[in-house]
Structure formats: C-alpha cells, structure tokens
Ligand binder design. Structure first.
Ligand SMILES: [Zn+2]
Length: 147
C-alpha cells in the first residue's frame, strides 16, 4: 500500500470513528460514552465502568466492539483522547423523547436508530465539526511548541 492509500484509509477510519461517537452524543448517550472512555482509554474493567455509569455490561462490551471495528485500536483510543472535549460538548438531538431535527416524538430508546436512519446528514456535519476543532487544536499545539 502506498502512502496516499494509507492516508486515505486513515482518513476514512478517523471519519467512521468520529461519526460513531457523534451518533452516541446526538442520541444523548453521554453515559455510554463515559463508560466507553473508562473502559477503552482508562482501562477500567467493563463491569466496573458499566456499573459506574448505570449501563449494562453486555451493552458496553458490544458498543466497544462496534466502535473498535471502525478503525485500528490505537487510532480509536487516540481519537477518543483528543476529541473527548468536543464530543462531550455536542448538543443532543433527541432529548426528553423529542427529536429537535424533525419535531417528532421519539422514545429515548429509539433515538439512536432514528438519528442513524433519518439524520445521517447531521451525524456527518457533527463529525466534520469535531474533526475541524481537532485539527485546529493540533495546529495550535504545534505553534506553541515552535515558539
Ligand atoms: Zn428526527
């Protein structure tokens, strides 16, 4: 694989990981995100992380597996660390059983599939925004190092 192909693959994986994290945040699943962070970044055991954030251990494991399938493990962990503040500041799209994008009643349990099916454009826009903030932060850091 040449360098350009590798860069393209990396960009694709990065986008997929950020879109997955953005979907969770848009669906107002911040507790799931917190548990994922504890489990995957801080290496807390899945049962402990799940208990701390009031979610099911099996659910946490399957969510972690889905996330890990989006990109190579080192990239997923790195992105979670770097993008964390931007992911956590994403405003939920579905709140109190209501979807702000299409003004309809959506049960919280159905928020994720609803957003994934009906609001793919918002997921992409949100992930792009996170990516932009991430790039700006990295650029700013490099400038500090150089100065
Ligand atoms: Zn909607």
């Amino acid at each position: 694989m040449n360098a350009a192909d590798q860069r393209a693959r990396l960009a694709k994986e990065r986008r997929a990981v950020l879109e997955y994290l953005a979907l969770k945040a848009l669906a107002n699943k911040k507790n799931v995100l917190q548990a994922l962070y504890e489990y995957l970044v801080l290496n807390t055991s899945p049962s402990e992380a799940a208990k701390k954030y009031g979610i099911n251990k099996t659910q946490l494991k399957s969510t972690a597996y889905q996330l890990m399938s989006k990109g190579r493990p080192a990239l997923v962990v790195k992105l979670m660390k770097l993008a964390w503040p931007y992911i956590m500041e994403i405003e939920p799209l579905v709140e109190n059983n209501y979807c702000k994008a299409c003004n309809s009643v959506i049960h919280t349990n159905h928020a994720e599939p609803h957003i994934a099916v009906r609001h793919q454009d918002i997921i992409q826009k949100t992930a792009l925004e996170v990516e932009r903030k991430l790039k700006e932060a990295i650029k700013a850091k490099k400038q500090v190092v150089r100065a």
